[in-house]
Every structure is written in C-alpha cells, then in structure tokens.
Design a protein around this ligand. Structure first.
Ligand SMILES: [Zn+2]
Length: 295
C-alpha cells in the first residue's frame, strides 16, 4: 500500500472542516508535488452548529451528520488528499457559566490510551514521515482540539514501539511532528491592516482588540511553508464545508492576491524531530528527503 520512495504526510484534525482552515494550502502543495497526504478526522462533527446563514434550515439540521460527511468528501477531493474518520463523537463546544458537563461518550471523555488506538493503527498502515496536529492548547479552546493534541502525541510515541498496541500492526515511527501555527498575532495584524488599506471594514477589529499579547504564539514558529499559489484551493475546500463556512464571512475578507503578497506561507512549530534539521525551515520534509530517496 505504501511505496518506499514516496513521502507521506498525515494531518490529524478534530472535525470535518478543520483540515480546510489549518494547513490546507500546504497539503494541496504537497499533493501537487507527488506526496501522499492523508487527513485523519477524529470526530464526525455531529455537534457542530450551522454557521452559514444560507444553510440554517430545518432540513439541513435534520441530517447534519450526513451532510458534514458529504462536505468532507467534497473538500477531500478538492484538496486531492485521502481522508479517514477515526470514529469518535464530537464533544460540542460547551458554553455557559459554569460550563455544562461534556456529553457522555464524546471524544474528549475517552481515555487517551483508547482514544489513540485508531490513530496508532492508521499510522502503522499509512506509514507517514510527518504528522501535523494542534498545540497543547488545541490552537483553539475546543475540548476536541485539545484531545486531538493529546491523542496525536500519544500515537506519535506509541506507533513505533512494538510493545505498545501489539495487535494494531507493524510498528512505524514517524520522523517529525508539527503544530499548526495558523492564527498568530502578526499574521492577523497584517491581514487586518491590508483590509483597512483597501477602505473596507476589517472583521478582525474586535478580535485584535481583545487579543492578549501573552497568548501570542508567533515566537514558536519554526517552519514557514510557501503555499500562496494554493490559497484558492484552500478557499474552495473551505467553501465545500457549506454548513460551517459563510462564504461572505471573515475567512474571505482579505483578497487572495493580498494574502499572497503579505503572508504567502502557512506556519508551523516543529515540536518533535528524529532527524537533523536546522530551523528555521520552509519544508515539512526538511531533513527527510535524502533519507527517503526523493528530492
Ligand atoms: Zn474543530
């Protein structure tokens, strides 16, 4: 199933649509270069809401889980990636004060040893050289995103160990693991200023006003992947998630040409590496290409 001379990337995400908002242009670029790219989607997004006013209709709400799977299939085809659901149930984003308890049986409540098993099995089957996932804060404070981080770290360490999960296939150790650093303060500021310069209103004004600089993660970026020519593919994949993405919303406030000019990369933190690779780098496979025998 896997060719020894082919590079492989596995992107672990919490919900359908996360793959299109974090690292999508990077994936499209690597697919175009002949890399095999797999998206692992931990949950079905069953507890997501409908965030696009045009889709907020009873017949959509009635079959939201199926619709989200269909949207995922469209986005997958647009990005040119393979994709698998890991089979967990969306935890929903708890809201209120105090926060309500998480729903029984949801992904965030599954013990990590058990929650990581399907990902360990997928790593052993797909044999990725590189994994991408979220940082320890989930990149966004959703319980499923934090769980996705925990499960990814657990699986990265366990997949190569023959003593762990021995029933799940031949051990395989990925070489690198990255965190998405998609929504940094400098990037958001740059987009905000570019939008204001056109005379339009920026959807980031309130966001930036409430941004605690102590929570900025931009100093952690080690790796900036140039992928501006795939921003249109990223946007098409996002729009395929029609229940989740308002085509008139803030995702699309800054024209693609402007983004290509001011911030033509997607950014990452190299969190684990078993190969020598000096940072900063501009390629998730830096340090691996000669080892695998491809350029
Ligand atoms: Zn999500």
């Amino acid at each position: 199933m896997t060719r020894p001379d082919q590079l492989r990337l596995l992107a672990v995400h919490a919900h359908p649509d996360d793959e299109s908002s974090k690292g999508a242009a990077t994936m499209a670029k690597y697919v175009a270069e002949g890399v095999r790219v797999m998206v692992a989607t931990c949950t079905g997004g069953e507890r997501g809401s409908v965030l696009n006013p045009a889709m907020d209709r009873p017949e959509v709400w009635e079959r939201l889980p199926q619709i989200r799977a269909e949207e995922m299939a469209k986005a997958r085809d647009i990005l040119g990636v393979e994709q698998e659901f890991l089979g967990f149930v969306d935890s929903g984003l708890p809201e209120g004060d105090p926060l309500p308890p998480l729903p029984e049986g949801c992904f965030a409540l599954v013990p990590v040893e058990e929650a990581a098993a399907p990902l360990v099995a997928l790593i052993r089957r797909f044999r990725p050289h590189v994994l991408t996932t979220y940082d320890e804060r989930g990149g966004y404070p959703h319980p499923d995103h934090i769980k996705t981080h925990e499960v990814s770290m657990h699986a990265f360490d366990a997949a190569g160990d023959p003593d762990r999960y021995p029933e799940l296939g031949e051990p395989w150790q990925p070489s690198k693991l990255y965190y998405h650093m998609s929504f940094t303060l400098p990037r958001t500021k740059a987009l905000h200023e570019a939008i204001l310069a056109t005379g339009a209103e920026s959807p980031y004004t309130e966001w930036l006003a409430n941004w605690d600089p102590a929570r900025d993660i931009s100093h952690r970026v080690t790796t900036r992947v140039p992928c501006g020519e795939y921003f249109a593919v990223r946007d098409a994949a996002l729009i395929a998630h029609a229940t989740q993405i308002d085509p008139l919303g803030r995702w699309f406030a800054c024209p693609i040409e402007t983004q290509q000019e001011i911030w033509p990369t997607e950014d990452y933190e190299l969190a684990r590496s078993l190969v020598d690779t000096p940072v900063p780098e501009d390629d998730l496979f830096a340090g691996l290409r000669s080892e695998v025998g491809v350029r």
